[in-house]
Write a protein that binds this ligand. Structure first.
Ligand code: NDP
Ligand code: HSE
Length: 441
């Protein structure tokens, strides 16, 4: 390697263009920190003519990122295209086989192909760095992979998707609709190219599986995550939760159990005074429970061009400094196969919202069905507000509806299921029941 680290950068979108601008504007400062000049030699994107707010004429242009990845003129290939297949996958594979170090922010790619890519990177003696892939600007990969190696980690969890947390925060604080908030998240560059990955929970799952591997020394297994997104969370749930002293958050949780490892992503109601409830907007927070450290929380911007570029550039600087770590913290051969825990038993209460016919006795009948399943209720609230559905029903002359909101004490998913089935059989429910787990974490 010469006294310059030569970079090829593919993808000039939200993250790519922020990274490029920062590498150029901070060139001297970065060189001083890295001990080596860092020079972007070549770039690639789909459109050569798009105005990206920066003069690109000094960089060699490639229409094909795979050709850029193999170029003799680069030492490091930076992949900021996205997606777990197509050009992103092909160019990363090509770079590794051509003996180039790789830096990527692509969690979908690492979640799906991380084991194989890490194996090839090791075989070719190159680095595969992906700090930006999890929790944007928070240095959580380095923390778990390098700074916490003296620990036996028992659990890792948190808010790992900026888009979802941004949506849930604004729905609660400003009473905006889901769609309005999602549009803003897209405009601000937080959302994935296909935002269903964010709101359906897949993006959190990708990040969680990467952290699981680093925390527990297992192969990445993206097939065994239980995933529920936030698309079914309504303004009614958010305001009811708020009235009852809770906030809704999309959490990713990975935990060691006696039978294996549990990986799950789902909306969770957390008490308003808990530390995780304070994480608002695009901010992410990851909590790591280790035997030596106790519990460590890392919080910071989880998405956005500049915050993510910060992590991308840190990975490049590590390479300039000669810091190379096995991509998954240890040789792939030394990773344990992933063993999924047999059952997931939620320990905690539940929030249940039932839209029911507004008839005499329904309230009491629901309470009875809950009691039959030995479910104790912390609170039961009748919402007398005129919901849109209620108005629609009245107009159609089909009767009156109301929301009944129940907060249970600790019980099992099975008992909740049985109680709801019985209430359905009683013919009281007019819409799909909403059930959200409550966690006191
Ligand atoms: P964008 O959609 O904003 O940018 C994608 C870029 O890739 C565009 O410049 C596009 O070109 C280019 N591209 C697409 N297909 C090709 C191709 N076949 N050949 C060459 N270039 C191509 O994505 P982001 O910047 O938001 O995300 C990039 C990566 O970073 C993704 O893996 C994402 O998951 C990850 N990430 C994103 C974060 C964020 O906050 N946005 C945070 C953390 C990670 P063109 O501009 O010409 O269309
Ligand atoms: N779409 C992702 C998010 C980008 O909103 O968290 C950061 O990984």
């Amino acid at each position: 390697m010469s006294h310059t680290l030569k970079i090829g950068l593919a993808g000039l979108g939200t993250v790519g263009i922020s990274a490029l601008k920062r590498l150029v504007s901070m060139q001297t400062n970065i060189a001083e920190k890295a001990g080596l000049a860092i020079d972007v030699r070549a770039i690639s994107a789909r459109s050569r003519t798009k105005d990206r707010g920066i003069d690109l004429s000094n960089f060699h242009w490639y229409d094909d990122p795979v050709a850029l990845a193999k170029s003799d003129d680069i030492d490091v290939f930076v992949e900021l295209i996205g997606g777990d297949s197509g050009s992103a996958e092909a160019s990363v594979r090509a770079a590794i086989e051509a003996g180039k170090h790789v830096v990527t922010a692509n969690k979908a790619l690492i979640a799906k192909h991380g084991n194989a890519l890490a194996r090839r990177a090791e075989a070719n003696g190159v680095a595969l760095n992906f700090e930006a892939a999890v929790a944007g600007g928070i240095p959580v990969i380095k923390a778990v992979r390098e700074s916490m190696t003296a620990n036996s980690i028992s659990r890792i969890y948190g808010i790992m998707n900026g888009t979802c947390n941004y949506i849930l925060t604004r729905m609660e604080e400003e009473g905006l609709s889901f769609d309005e908030c999602l549009k803003d998240a897209q405009r601000l560059g937080y959302a994935e190219a296909d935002p269903t990955f964010d709101v359906e929970g897949n993006d959190t799952a990708h990040k969680l599986t990467i952290l699981t591997s680093l925390a527990f020394g297992t192969e990445i297994d993206s097939e065994s995550v239980t995933i529920e997104g936030i698309t079914n969370i309504t303004s009614a749930d958010i305001s009811a939760a708020s009235e009852l002293g809770y906030r809704v958050k999309l959490l990713g949780v990975a935990k060691k159990t006696q039978t294996g490892i549990e990986q799950r992503v789902h909306p969770t109601m957390v008490p308003k005074d808990s530390s995780i409830a304070q994480i608002s907007g695009v901010t992410n927070a990851v909590v790591i429970d280790g035997d030596a450290i106790g519990s460590v929380t890392l919080a910071g911007p989880g998405a956005g061009g500049d915050a993510t570029a910060s992590a991308v550039i840190a990975d490049i600087i590590d390479l300039a400094r000669g810091l190379e770590v096995k991509p998954l913290g240890r040789p792939v051969e030394a990773l344990d196969p992933f063993k999924k825990s047999e059952i997931y038993a939620h320990k905690g209460g539940y929030y249940i919202r039932l839209r029911v016919n507004d008839l005499h006795g329904v309230f009491a009948s629901i309470a009875t069905r809950m009691a039959e399943q030995e479910i104790s209720l912390e609170s039961i609230v009748q919402h007398k507000k005129r919901s849109k559905l209620k108005v629609d029903a009245e107009l159609k002359g089909t009767g009156k509806h109301q929301d009944i909101i129940l907060i249970t004490y600790e019980t099992t998913e099975n008992r909740i299921h049985n109680a709801i089935e019985a209430i359905k059989q009683d013919g009281h429910i007019v819409d799909t029941p909403q059930v959200i787990r409550i966690a006191r974490i």
